[in-house]
Design a protein around this ligand. Structure first.
Ligand code: FAD
Length: 504
């Protein structure tokens, strides 16, 4: 039976969230999609580092990777470096992809922990291909070959946020999405159901719809202001509440990883693009003023700033419901967690994927809406725990901000994870939790949370076999990385429309 859904989906806001939603719904919803945005208000203008899942989003839209990288001045990303989080001079990578590989029924870390105890193991990063390639500034892709498993080296991107929104806008408009320029001055609701019925724009224009997507950024005009959905504040766990951002000249080769450098009362990001480097200093306003935060940022750039520093204020947490009545919020309108692990764009993508699975017709089924909200809360709170771990397990003794973070009470879900790991190296990934066991492992070890023991099954492997296994993994990865091209020339060749793709 064909459903004849005549009411349009109306998207309020045209930042990354709005245009990601418009591109996807324009492509898949089979129904009229309208996007309202205001050039006068503009977008947040940051949000340039991603995680590998973005490739699934682009692939679902049929976006050509080389064209996308060309248009958004993007670069490849293999990892995030955390510098100084375990004390000045410390550094570890949270790299995408696997760390070593398990043997039998146990994950790798148990063998590594055993080998480490007897002085036979290198550092964890010796067994991670993404880590080695990132540190060496290399990049490579391997096309699938019959009968041969390609090396596992997942990647994500750094890209220019406004170019990405523009790129998706062109895509969405080509798929029939109608864009309306204008300032939303009022949101109308149905007197009986309380559902949103229309957006009223300056000049008394009205945009009616059946389903509304709030992508109005921190303003949260529809879900927050109009429907009055509350906000769960997580700032007692994630205490940074401001960021100062500035781009600078790119000098030399662009690294295939994001940097997160711990500072006195927060941390600094460095995101290398083809034409510039995006930088920002995320900090707690309780411990540092705007002038000092800006001075620290400007003193730690690769090249000359190419714009004026810009301060952004935020509160960490999420809307207690992401979907209320006939309105779903995406992006900053739905909540915000700082960009420590580049998760915000991913959360937009994953909400869109969830929406496509539960897309309502003319009427919203409350059970679907409740299920959507349940899944969203689970996903957000597990990412929150992962971010808190970075702060709580810091090794920066003697700095008031960091001392406070080490002393804070953490969520029970995180405590349980840390205690299980401490006792026996055990890591459990629950349901659709975003971060894998490999991600937790790298951050736990990188931040100095060391297990007291490991699974005794690892003792069954003869010592010589264990040593040979570790040497084999490290050696094969060293050879692979040695043979890879440097990131910058690889990228240039890959995006050059006049060249045949060199992927192997
Ligand atoms: P916005 O970009 O703010 O867009 C809001 C839209 O709503 C605009 O088009 C605006 O014109 C429109 N609008 C608002 N009010 C009205 C109105 N009254 N009438 C009409 N239109 C209106 N994410 C990552 O994944 N990786 C990162 O590295 C990263 N870094 C970040 C760093 C910082 C400091 C911050 C604050 C965020 C970062 N993010 C990052 C998050 C990322 O920037 C956002 O998730 C993403 O840009 C989506 O923003 P948005 O579209 O929700 O909001």
């Amino acid at each position: 039976m064909n459903q004849d859904v005549s009411s349009p989906i109306v998207i309020a806001g045209g930042g990354t969230a709005g245009w990601m939603a418009a591109a996807t719904l324009g492509r898949f919803a089979g129904r009229k999609v309208v996007l309202v945005e205001s050039d006068a208000i503009g977008t947040v203008g940051v949000g340039e580092a991603t995680i590998p899942q973005i490739r699934l989003f682009n692939a679902a839209l049929g976006i050509d990777e080389a064209e996308f990288l060309r248009e958004t001045r993007g670069t490849f990303k293999l990892a995030i470096e955390f510098a100084g989080w375990s004390g000045e001079g410390s550094s570890y990578l949270h790299a995408f992809g696997n760390v070593g590989h398990g043997a039998g029924i146990l994950p790798f870390q148990h063998y590594w922990l055993r080998a480490r105890q007897v002085g036979m193991a290198g550092s964890l990063s010796d067994y991670c291909l993404n880590d080695r390639a990132a540190r060496a500034g290399k990049m490579q892709m391997w096309p699938p070959q019959a009968g041969q498993a390609a090396p596992d080296m997942p990647w994500a991107y750094h890209f220019d946020a406004s170019l990405y929104a523009g790129y998706l806008r062109r895509y969405a408009e080509a798929h029939g999405v109608e864009r309306i320029e204008g300032n939303i001055s009022k949101v109308e609701r149905d007197a009986e159901s309380g559902d949103i019925s229309a957006l009223v724009l300056d000049g008394d224009r009205s945009v009616e719809g059946g389903f509304f997507i709030d992508c109005t950024g921190f303003r949260s005009l529809l879900l927050g202001d109009t429907l009055g959905v509350g906000f769960d504040d997580w700032s007692h766990w994630l205490p940074c509440d401001q960021a100062v951002a500035v781009p600078c000249e790119a000098k030399g080769h662009f690294t295939p990883y994001t940097r997160s450098i711990a500072r006195k009362a927060g941390w600094q990001w460095r995101i290398p693009l083809q034409h510039r480097i995006g930088n920002g200093h995320v900090y707690s306003s309780e411990f540092m003023g705007e002038d000092e935060a800006t001075a620290i940022l400007l003193a730690n750039l690769d090249g000359e700033p190419t714009d004026e520093p810009r301060v952004l204020k935020f509160k960490t947490g999420m809307r207690s419901r992401q979907w209320s009545h006939n309105c779903l919020a995406l992006g900053l309108a739905s909540g915000f967690m700082e960009p420590l692990e580049s998760t915000s764009i991913h959360l937009i993508q994953s909400s869109i994927a969830r929406l496509l699975q539960m897309l309502p017709g003319e009427a919203v089924a409350p059970a679907m809406r409740d299920e959507f909200n349940r899944q969203a809360i689970f996903e957000w709170s597990r990412i929150r725990d992962f971010l808190i771990l970075h702060y709580w397990a810091n090794g920066r003794d003697g700095e008031p901000f960091w001392d406070r973070c080490r002393a804070m009470e953490i969520p029970e879900t995180l405590t349980a994870k840390i205690e299980a790991f401490r006792a026996s190296g055990f890591i459990h990934r629950e349901h659709e939790e975003l971060f894998t066991e490999q991600g937790w492992l790298q951050v736990l070890i990188g931040q100095g949370v060391m297990p007291e023991s490991y699974n005794p099954i690892a003792d069954a492997m003869p010592e010589a076999e264990l040593a040979a296994m570790l040497a084999r993994i490290a050696d094969s990865q060293r050879k692979l990385v040695h043979a890879m091209p440097a990131h910058a020339p690889f990228l240039r060749a890959y995006i050059d429309p006049n060249q045949t793709r060199k992927t192997a």
